[in-house]
Design a protein around this ligand. Structure first.
Ligand SMILES: Cc1cc2nc3c(=O)[nH]c(=O)nc-3n(C[C@H](O)[C@H](O)[C@H](O)COP(=O)(O)OP(=O)(O)OC[C@H]3O[C@@H](n4cnc5c(N)ncnc54)[C@H](O)[C@@H]3O)c2cc1C
Length: 418
């Protein structure tokens, strides 16, 4: 059963189930969106939680989780360069679980205001008809059947949004999607987990968790360790397949003065574009800021992009051609440009127990790539299941095996079972 708001987790400042002094104690390593939402789910299950993190969300030095455009997206229908079958089978379930919870949060005005989570039309444009690309057709068909709200298809969306007809978009569809103001949301999540009882410790762990598992568990009196360190899992999970895809976003004032206020997310996604040089990513972050993106640069580790870097200039020109008026946009003077490293891992997001040692009590959740917010609650639910299994000493299984269970469960539901 998918994780459900109010039944399994609550956005209020007390744990849904209060822990006792003997309740298991879980040590989360990493204070990004993955660590905070995993903590939230575990706290509401009645666990005691400590989060250890080298850094926390702040306006001075932003985490990758803050850099994110944080537009919810449905995963591709078929495997691509950065995804394989295992990842996709899980990702659809993870993203829909997250969709419904973000939607629930956005539906309560006071919560939406406090968390910076809004539901917004999200428009996808295509350089050819959806039917002419099998992968896009499957994705659209799955989206229509997925339970997302507000689906509509028609190229008249382009006219409505002021997209330049000469840019070459010939097809489009729209859905209502969660859009998250990450600075606000990260602050809200930190406050929420603290008020539910989490202890926050600032410390950088330097070694592969497997090598220090016993001493770390002893030092924190932890029953299970959950690794949510994103890119740093290269070291902490001893995983050489972890790599970055660098991204950058220009931030402009979206107050309707210099250009008509953009009130929907407008995108040509990487899987729909003919090349990475054609991605369009325009996302209203909040009432005042519009994000202009995007770029994808695999294996680029340095955060040395500027507004003058040619790839960023090209990105801006492309978006200005797509949406006339944007050339008049004024930069956000305080924070004109954001850049970060999307934490990818081979072709797979990893939500899995440590497999290198029998009876290890480490659970991993990392490698969320460009979808950490989109997959957040779904992954956290699986983290909680794996924590339960570790506590019961159930032997660890690779993620590939649990795909079959997920498919079988889906099949049961289709037949009317639960
Ligand atoms: C330009 C850009 C656009 C994006 N757009 C979207 C989008 O539209 N939608 C979406 O869903 N996602 C998007 N993402 C992806 C999203 O940002 C990531 O998937 C997500 O932030 C991953 O979160 P995380 O918590 O796993 O990692 P992080 O945010 O990197 O957090 C890791 C945490 O672990 C801590 N840590 C690391 N190493 C150690 C250590 N050794 N010891 C202790 N603590 C440690 C860090 O301090 C940090 O607190 C985008 C990313 C970028 C860069």
């Amino acid at each position: 059963m998918p994780l459900t708001l109010w039944r399994d987790i609550s956005p209020l400042g007390q744990p849904l189930r209060r822990p006792g002094s003997k309740s298991p104690h879980i040590l989360i390593v990493g204070g990004g969106v993955t660590g905070l939402i995993s903590s939230w789910v575990l706290l509401d299950r009645g666990y005691r939680v400590t989060i250890v993190s080298g850094a926390w969300a702040s306006d001075e030095q932003r985490l990758t989780s803050q850099i994110a455009g944080a537009l919810w997206e449905f995963p591709p229908a078929v495997c691509g360069q950065h995804t394989d079958k295992i990842s996709l089978a899980h990702s659809k379930h993870w993203s829909m679980t997250s969709y419904h919870i973000w939607d629930g949060i956005a539906s309560i005005p006071s919560l939406s205001e406090a968390s910076g989570v809004r539901m917004m039309p999200s428009d996808f444009f295509f350089p050819e008809t959806v039917e002419s690309d099998k992968a896009q057709l499957s994705k659209m068909t799955e989206i229509m059947a997925s339970g997302v709200r507000g689906f509509y298809r028609g190229i008249d969306i382009a006219d409505e949004r002021g997209v330049d007809p000469s840019y070459g978009a010939v097809d489009a569809y729209e859905l209502l999607a969660p859009v998250i103001d990450t600075d606000k949301a990260m602050g809200w999540l930190m406050e929420l987990v603290e008020s539910k009882g989490a202890t926050l410790v600032t410390e950088t762990i330097k070694d592969d968790l497997l090598e220090i598992e016993d001493s770390l568990r002893e030092r924190f009196e932890a029953d299970v360790i959950v690794n949510c360190t994103g890119l740093e899992s290269q070291v902490l999970a001893g995983d050489e397949t972890v790599y970055p895809i660098r991204g950058g976003l220009i931030r402009v004032i979206n107050d309707g003065v210099a250009f008509p206020k953009v009130k929907a997310a407008l995108t040509i996604t990487a899987d729909a574009a003919h090349s990475a040089n054609e991605i369009i990513f325009l996302v209203p972050r909040n009432d005042n800021i519009l994000l202009i993106g995007g770029i994808t640069e695999p294996h680029e580790w340095d955060l040395d992009l500027t507004l003058d870097t040619p790839i960023i200039q090209r990105m801006r020109e492309r978006c200005e051609k797509f949406l006339p008026g944007l050339e008049n946009a004024r930069l956000d003077a305080e924070y004109p440009f954001a850049q970060g490293l999307r934490p990818f891992r081979g072709q797979n997001v990893r939500v899995e127990r440590e497999l290198r040692r029998t009876h290890s009590r480490i659970v991993h959740s990392y490698g969320h790539g460009g979808a950490g917010w989109s997959l957040s609650f779904g992954c956290a639910q699986d983290v909680a299941t794996l924590v339960d299994e570790a506590l019961e000493d159930v032997p660890a299984r690779p993620m590939s095996e649990t795909v079959f269970e997920r498919k079988a469960a889906g099949f049961q539901r289709l037949k009317g079972g639960r």
